[in-house]
Design a protein around this ligand. Structure first.
Ligand SMILES: Nc1ncnc2c1ncn2[C@@H]1O[C@H](COP(=O)(O)OP(=O)(O)OP(=O)(O)O)[C@@H](O)[C@H]1O
Length: 322
């Protein structure tokens, strides 16, 4: 694979805007993806993930701001075969076999990786002679993945690549992608499957209303959401008094179904885990609670916190135009 770190990052998006009428699908997005990174783009429906990726793939130009890919324009990077994409729909001729599909597309490129090598890497040998129309949804995604590998791209962009795949197909797909990432390829994928992002990505960018809402490693994002403690209260004290006693924000202590629900975040130079230990100690030693359960926030919690905010904040772009 060509290593072109000197050309600049794999993706540099600066203050990118894309508007559809009054809908601000991408609303001042900044994103730098270094070569070799595996980045997951998460966000609720309508967050602007596809609209952003379309500008990276040169399908659409931003209304404002700039996007560069491997140090050049997205159109040039795509034309030079430096970017491969696995999108959810389109691009396959149903009457060709899997091998014929790859051979036909390979013939359209000035230079390409040998088809046999791509077939092996995309795990397509077993279905080489199968007509595309007979392939399952997951197999067709693997064909698209094979097509994306033909030009030995530096950057792979995947928009919900495993949508519709069963657990086994998904596992196979990601093990193939792991091998590609190990070769130093940059991978950017949008997904709704949080465990995939958690397991596979070096970094997660959480998009919300066309902007970066959170950006960090899976661990850092969970740390940001904190640690959850649940306990049976042993005193009559109110959540707000307890919050004061435990030195926590009022809205981080609640009473739910007869149990104290406490959220502890990073603060005062301490990690959420260290602060949660102190809170647990106070609860037990001072006899304020018993039957303690402590859990680290999951990415689901991070995502739900975001969608909770969405419900209470201004309307989504869809709601605004409805
Ligand atoms: N061609 C278009 N015309 C009008 N509005 C559009 C168009 N494409 C996207 N939008 C709107 O822009 C917003 C962002 O859509 P986008 O598809 O980028 O979100 P997404 O994060 O990819 O969503 P999902 O997770 O549902 O795929 C949405 O409100 C959508 O309705």
């Amino acid at each position: 694979m060509r290593h072109t770190t000197a050309d600049g990052p794999a993706i540099a998006a600066r203050d990118v805007h894309r508007h559809f009428g009054s809908v601000r699908a991408v609303d001042g997005m900044n994103l730098t993806v270094p070569h070799g990174e595996v980045l997951a783009l998460l966000g609720p429906n309508g967050a602007g993930k596809t609209s952003l990726l379309d500008t990276v793939l040169g399908f659409a130009r931003p209304d404002a701001g700039t996007v560069s890919v491997c140090g050049t324009s997205p159109e040039t990077a795509v034309r030079d075969g430096r970017v491969g994409a696995v999108l959810q729909t389109g691009g396959l001729l149903s009457d060709l076999s899997v091998r014929e599909t790859l051979e036909m597309v390979a013939a359209c490129h000035r230079a390409h990786v040998p088809v046999a090598e791509v077939m092996a890497r995309a795990d397509l040998d077993r279905i080489a002679r199968r007509k595309v129309k007979k392939c399952s949804g997951g197999e067709q995604q693997r064909v698209r993945f094979g097509l994306a590998l033909l030009t030995d791209p530096e950057l792979l962009v995947l928009d919900e690549p495993t949508a519709g795949m069963d657990v086994t197909a998904r596992r196979r797909f990601w093990s193939t992608m792991h091998a590609e990432a190990d070769r130093g390829r940059t991978i950017v994928f949008a997904t709704h499957y949080l465990p995939e992002a958690e397991e596979f990505a070096d970094r997660i960018v959480l998009m919300h209303r066309g902007r970066v809402h959170a950006d960090g490693t899976p661990d850092a994002l969970r740390e940001r959401e904190g640690v959850h403690l649940s306990a049976l209260p042993t005193s009559e004290t109110t959540p707000s008094r307890l919050a004061e006693r435990l030195d926590l924000a009022w809205d981080d202590v609640d009473l739910r179904d007869g149990r104290l629900a406490i959220r502890v975040r990073t603060g005062d130079g301490l990690s959420a885990g260290a602060r949660a230990d102190a809170v647990a100690r106070t609860l037990l030693v001072d006899g304020l609670g018993q039957d303690l359960e402590i859990t680290r926030a999951s990415l689901d919690d991070v995502f739900l916190a975001l969608t909770d905010q969405t419900r209470t904040a201004e309307p989504t772009p869809e709601e605004a135009v409805a």
